[in-house]
Design a protein around this ligand. Structure first.
Ligand code: NDP
Length: 476
């Protein structure tokens, strides 16, 4: 079986220990991933530190041009990268554009776009005050070495969200991919790394102790992490000891509220993908749906029709819309939450009964008859299950939306966009979409409130997060 390698200090490097990466559709091992030793983590950080000053002082136009070359390299390797995503993460190959399943090709296309956009942005010196006596400017400076911990749900796209703004702003990067989806991310970095000076972009892979070895390293100047709140809190505690800045994107439990008067047919497709994109394994998927009583049955019927119509299987086969749950840990969580709902008397409208067999396939599942407080409503399922809760008073739906600790995204659906936006403004979440859900954009800042984390990614604000401000104050 092929052993993949890390990219460190401009070279491909293996490790003494390795572990298998498994195809979630078949249960078969698809390659071996190196387990970086503590020394290798230290070497990667040292390489990044050594490369950073020259990278930061390189003319801005050159860094921009290199970012453009990275985007082109992603495009040139799109087929290979998409196949690794499907074989390792599970999402179907799919396509890009209207009417296409947003699968692995969509993820690679998003990598290209999220590389091009930061390349096009600038952080000019800002004059924040000037009078006859003084002039005060804010300059943006890179942090130095950025440690990035990437997750398994969008293993290439989220790695790109972390890598590209960091590099664009003059930092160097050491990235740790998820142990569940390392191969695709290592292949992406292999493609990109060859275009960059040695040490500018490095990876360390592993499971169990590599993430902590990286974030605890004193040579790290900034940490960016996407994953669970529990691990995010541990990383924040580590970072607090050395006062290292962090960006934490910690997932959520996004509510979606359907207001009275909404046309169920018109919103069904948007709601469906809002909840089931990537089998629901997306930080900003709708994870609990609050529907006004007058529409409840009609909305459930529309979603059920869509859920039953979506072909599910090995995403390497043509025509698949849905793939497996990425790993057994997540599959078991989904099973436990649905069984808890069933035991509590909820109605399983569709799904809920996975077939035995190879792969982590779990059918698209809709659950009604639940109330706030049920585990499936209150806990993030991060999988292909949607609890649908009936409400009578919009004030109650707003209170339900706001009662949990999560605050990443939310959506409000209604016939009058202005009225829906007024409800949206009362929801405690980093982003509230109106008549759409999860519609992220590379120019629009994205991040959580409450226990969904802090800091934002994307756009000028995201780029600023990869810098610190320095004031130059001149007496006249
Ligand atoms: P975790 O949040 O536990 O993240 C695991 C990653 O963090 C691994 O790369 C691990 O590396 C690293 N890590 C663990 N401890 C530390 C530490 N102290 N310092 C630095 N890095 C560390 O995710 P899981 O994959 O276990 O998933 C758990 C849950 O997280 C899921 O059930 C889901 O709900 C949520 N999730 C949310 C995502 C999102 O997009 N927001 C994405 C994926 C999952 P190592 O093992 O080497 O330490």
């Amino acid at each position: 079986m092929h052993t993949f390698q890390n990219y460190s200090n401009g070279r491909l490097v293996g490790s003494a220990r390795s572990f298998e990466s498994v195809n979630p559709a078949t249960g078969e091992a698809i390659g071996l991933v190196p387990h970086s030793s503590p020394e290798q983590v230290a070497e990667a950080v040292a390489a990044a530190r050594a490369a950073q000053p020259a990278w930061a002082t390189r003319p801005d136009a050159e860094r921009k041009a290199l970012m453009g070359q990275l985007a082109q390299a992603i495009k040139d390797n799109a087929g290979m990268l998409a196949e690794w995503i499907t074989r390792e993460q599970g999402k179907p190959l799919g396509g890009v554009g209207e009417g296409q399943v947003p699968g692995a090709h969509f993820e690679v296309w998003a990598c290209e776009v999220w590389t091009q956009v930061p390349a096009s942005l600038d952080l000019p010196v800002e004059v924040v005050f000037e009078d006859a006596t003084r002039r005060d400017e804010v300059h943006r400076k890179p942090h130095g070495v950025v440690a990035a911990i990437a997750p398994w749900n969008w293993p290439l796209m989220i790695a790109i969200w972390q890598i590209i703004p960091a590099l664009r702003a003059g930092n160097t990067v050491v990235l740790k991919p998820s142990e569940y989806t390392s191969i695709g991310t290592l292949e992406l970095v292999r493609v990109l790394g060859g275009l960059l000076p040695p040490g500018v972009l490095n990876t360390v892979s592993g499971a169990g102790d590599v993430g902590a070895a990286l974030t605890e390293h004193p040579g790290v100047d900034k940490i960016t992490f996407t994953g669970s709140t529990a691990t995010g809190a541990r990383i924040a505690a580590t970072a607090a000891r050395s006062v290292t800045p962090t960006t934490l994107e910690l997932g959520g439990n996004d509510p979606a509220i359907v207001l009275p008067g909404t046309d169920p047919k018109a919103i069904a497709m948007g709601l469906f993908w809002g909840a089931f994109l990537n089998m629901g394994q997306t930080c900003a998927c709708a994870k609990r749906l609050y529907v006004h009583s007058s529409l409840h049955d009609a909305v459930v019927a529309e979603l059920k029709a869509l859920a039953l119509a979506m072909p599910m299987g090995d995403g390497m086969q043509p025509g698949m819309a849905m793939g497996p749950v990425q790993n057994r840990m997540q599959y078991d969580k989904v099973v436990a939450l649905v069984e808890d709902a069933r035991a509590g008397g909820a109605t399983i409208v569709c799904g809920g009964n996975p077939e035995p067999g190879p792969g982590n396939f779990y059918p698209l599942t809709l659950v009604t008859g639940l109330a706030d407080g049920a585990r499936l409503v209150d806990e993030e399922q991060f999988g292909p299950v949607l609890p649908i809760v009936r409400y009578d008073d919009v004030e109650d739906a707003i209170a339900s939306a706001n009662r949990l600790g999560a605050g990443l995204g939310a959506s409000v659906w209604g016939p009058d966009a202005a009225q829906a936006a007024a409800v949206a403004a009362r929801i405690q979440a980093g982003t509230v979409w109106v008549n759409q859900h999860g519609a992220i954009h590379p120019m629009v800042p994205f991040g959580g409130t409450k226990r969904s984390g802090w800091g934002v990614e994307f756009g000028v604000e995201g780029l600023k997060g990869m810098t610190r401000g320095q004031v130059i104050s001149v007496k006249k």
